[in-house]
Design a protein around this ligand. Structure first.
Ligand code: ADP
Length: 171
């Protein structure tokens, strides 16, 4: 039987931290489904569709990886895909409390569900989509933090945002 895991998250946008987790999870699992949660409480910069497209471009050379999106509970999506393993990355102690709670909640909702945590790559622990977005919006250099295609799309977003803000300021 094939070992398949879901790697759920916001991925707004995908970073090298996420990619590192995917590559390492592929050593354990036969395939990984990266699943964009479209109903995250976080305000997103990219639409779910854009996030899926970006991830597809970023993982195009990685075999055994598919990309999808879902709405609602991760465990229900996993069940629909007939998968009972969830992969999550742990950066710092600050991630731990929430991740631990989620893992237990998911197990309570679906007792068959197992969560596998992978620690972040040591040079990537400071990376989060949030901080990358903040740096990009302030005009900082984000190359080396996100795949090239994501850096390009971020720059474009920043430009459309600032022209939008300028238009609004001129109201
Ligand atoms: P969520 O909104 O569900 O936290 P994220 O896109 O922020 O989604 O993250 C998805 C998963 O990837 C989470 O488990 C998160 O801890 C992990 N992750 C994010 N950035 C990194 C990183 N730099 N190194 C390792 N894991 C990471």
């Amino acid at each position: 039987m094939k070992k398949i895991a879901i790697y759920p998250g916001s991925f707004d946008p995908i970073t090298y931290g996420h990619l590192d987790i995917v590559k390492r999870a592929l050593k354990i699992f036969d395939s990984i489904i990266i699943a964009v949660a479209s109903n995250s409480k976080k305000t997103a910069l990219f639409t779910p569709d854009e996030r899926v497209q970006l991830i597809r471009l970023a993982v195009k050379d990685l075999p055994r990886v598919t990309v999808d999106w879902f709405e609602g509970l991760t465990v229900e999506y996993a069940e629909k895909r007939k998968v009972n393993a969830i992969v999550r990355g742990l950066r710092a102690v600050s991630d731990f409390e929430y991740e631990f709670q989620m893992a237990h909640m998911n197990k309570r909702l679906k007792p068959d569900m197992e969560t596998f945590f992978l620690p972040t790559g040591e040079s990537l622990f400071y990376l989060s989509s949030q901080i990358v977005k903040e740096v990009a919006l302030l005009g900082g250099d984000i190359s080396g933090m996100v795949p090239e295609v994501a850096a390009k799309w971020l720059k474009e977003k920043v430009l459309t945002r600032s022209s939008y803000i300028k238009i609004r300021e001129g109201d």
